[in-house]
Design a protein. Structure first.
Length: 532
């Protein structure tokens, strides 16, 4: 009798509603585990074999980007498991093409047995055949159900928003999800006191920047830091910088949230493009605003007073100012763009101003004229060196084009070889499938072909990289083809700075580091400027 190493796979798209502080996983996961183990315990031929469990809780089945699933499949391909057991096909995958490929091609070739308990499917019952039309139709139905469910879920959420119900995964700062009433918020006393203090300071005339300084001086955690403290096991805010602190932007966003007046605000953001994860703020008239849906932290009168004051003290809209180093100067400590102070004609780090304990420069203003002069001098050195070395000569350009053509010819040849090997590999598999050669002979030939393919694919990658490097040198022509125009510029201009400079980092000790856009296609490229 064949020996089995069993892999149990369990998946759930989203955690059940009762999964919370007292449960590490959902009841549905537990139900799947119980059902599969009960089936295996009662199976006369499988009850004694070892089992390993792979669980993805909170992952969709419409793709294979699931950590436990990927781990299981990698180990299956290595031969560690030869039987996979799931509750039903949809737990394994909702992509009928993916599961069909596994059931009809991959698993039979690897000698892996597949069992779906609720679908009454055992691949041992279909040796030499497919699963039949019923299996195909069932997987198509699972895929269609997933898409239909997505549409219905979205429609249901919109309907709840219109009713003033909260449908977000996490409550906004100052609130928590109500422990007993679904889709309702209740006040978080600790965070709500901070929100109320922010509003009171604004009403008293403090600007968002002044409020941010006070919050940092008091050591009050930002909303993200507060959330991580309360929910250490979640992924939200995990990518936030440890150096993050209160800023005027955070305070301003807090002061403009209508939710603190007791209003339920739905559909605040929209997806910028189909299939994109990026979102943008939704127009107010398209949002769903329903008043008096939860306890208010501030009254509507206090909210309106705060809006009037922050708009009065805030800067009036103006046209963008395109000074030479706009958006290029960054703080060497936190990496954020530094603010340009027109009155002083210099740069400073906003975050250093709002947090006196930050390692960012707190009081220093770095004069734009000094930084611009250093960059200008470095660019002039580069342009003169480029001209002297004749990097724009026709001879060098022809040499580049010749090298590119040479690599293109080699790439075409490698791709032809790769195509022939893949056809040879497919032919070998067909011979194995028809019984013309043994499995071992097929595997030996496949190994030899794979080694050749690996070598050729490396050569293809090298040729592509060489072509890309050569083309990047040609792409530098727009920067150097205007050599005469830039050489005649008496000072650094916006066009010149943005043509050559990627970023300028200013460190607390005053040193500058220039990151260039161009690659080194001359030996005399100016080095990064590190000057006081």
């Amino acid at each position: 009798m064949k020996e089995y190493n069993i892999a149990i796979y369990i998946r759930l798209s989203v955690a059940d509603e009762d999964t919370g502080t007292s449960k590490a996983e959902s009841d549905s996961i537990g139900n799947q585990r119980s059902l599969i183990n009960r089936f295996l315990d009662r199976h006369p031929a499988l009850s004694t074999y070892s089992r390993s469990e792979f669980c993805d809780d909170g992952f969709t089945g419409t793709n294979t980007d699931r950590p436990a699933f990927t781990d299981m499949m990698n180990r299956v391909k290595k031969g560690e498991f030869n039987l996979i057991c799931v509750k039903d096909f949809s737990r394994f995958s909702r992509d009928y093409i993916e599961i069909g490929d596994c059931l009809e091609c991959l698993f039979p070739f690897l000698g892996v047995r597949f069992i779906s308990v609720n679908d009454n499917y055992d691949s041992d019952n279909y040796i030499g055949t497919t699963g039949g039309l019923d299996v195909v139709m069932r997987n198509i139905v699972y895929a269609a159900y997933s898409k239909d469910l997505s549409v219905k879920t979205t429609a249901a959420k919109i309907q709840l928003m219109k009713q003033g119900k909260f449908v977000g995964g996490y409550a906004p700062y100052g609130y928590v999800l109500h422990p007993t009433i679904r889709n309702k918020l209740t006040i978080d006393p600790e965070a709500a006191s901070v929100v109320r203090k922010i509003f009171l300071l604004a009403i008293d005339g403090s600007t968002p920047s002044e409020i941010a300084i006070w919050l940092n001086d008091e050591g009050i955690p930002t909303p993200g830091q507060y959330f991580i403290e309360r929910h250490p096991d979640t992924k939200k805010y995990r990518r936030s910088s440890d150096k993050l602190n209160w800023s005027h932007a955070m305070v301003y966003r807090t002061l403009t949230k209508l939710v603190y007046t007791g209003c339920a605000v739905g559909h605040e953001r929209r997806i910028v493009a189909p299939l994109s994860r990026r979102t943008a703020k939704q127009d107010v008239e398209k949002q769903f605003i329903v008043e008096n849906m939860h306890e208010a932290i501030v009254s509507r009168e206090e909210y309106d007073k705060a809006q009037a004051i922050i708009r009065k003290t805030g800067r009036s809209p103006s046209k963008a100012s395109y000074y030479p180093l706009r958006s290029l100067v960054r703080c060497g400590n936190c990496g954020r763009c530094m603010t340009f102070l027109k009155s002083r004609k210099g740069f400073y780090c906003t975050y250093g101003r709002t947090d006196k304990n930050s390692a960012c420069p707190t009081e220093a203003i770095y004069m734009a004229a000094d930084i611009e002069q250093r960059i200008y001098d470095a660019i002039m050195l580069f342009l003169k060196a480029a001209g002297e070395k004749g990097n724009l000569s026709d001879k060098l350009l022809k040499k580049k084009k010749s090298e590119i053509q040479k690599n293109m010819d080699a790439l075409t040849d490698f791709q032809k070889q790769c195509g022939k090997l893949k056809k040879q590999k497919l032919k070998s598999y067909e011979e194995y499938s028809s019984g013309a050669i043994t499995k071992q002979a097929y595997l030996d030939e496949k190994r030899i072909i794979d080694e050749k393919l690996h070598t050729i694919e490396n050569s293809i990658d090298a040729a592509k990289q060489r072509i890309a490097d050569l083309e990047s040198l040609e792409e530098s022509e727009p920067q150097t083809s205007q050599l005469d125009r830039f050489l005649n510029e008496p000072i650094l201009t916006y066009e010149m700075a943005h043509a050559f400079v990627e970023a300028v980092y200013i460190y607390p000790d005053g040193t500058n580091e220039i990151c260039w856009k161009f690659k080194d296609f001359t030996e005399g490229k100016p080095e990064d400027v590190n000057q006081s």
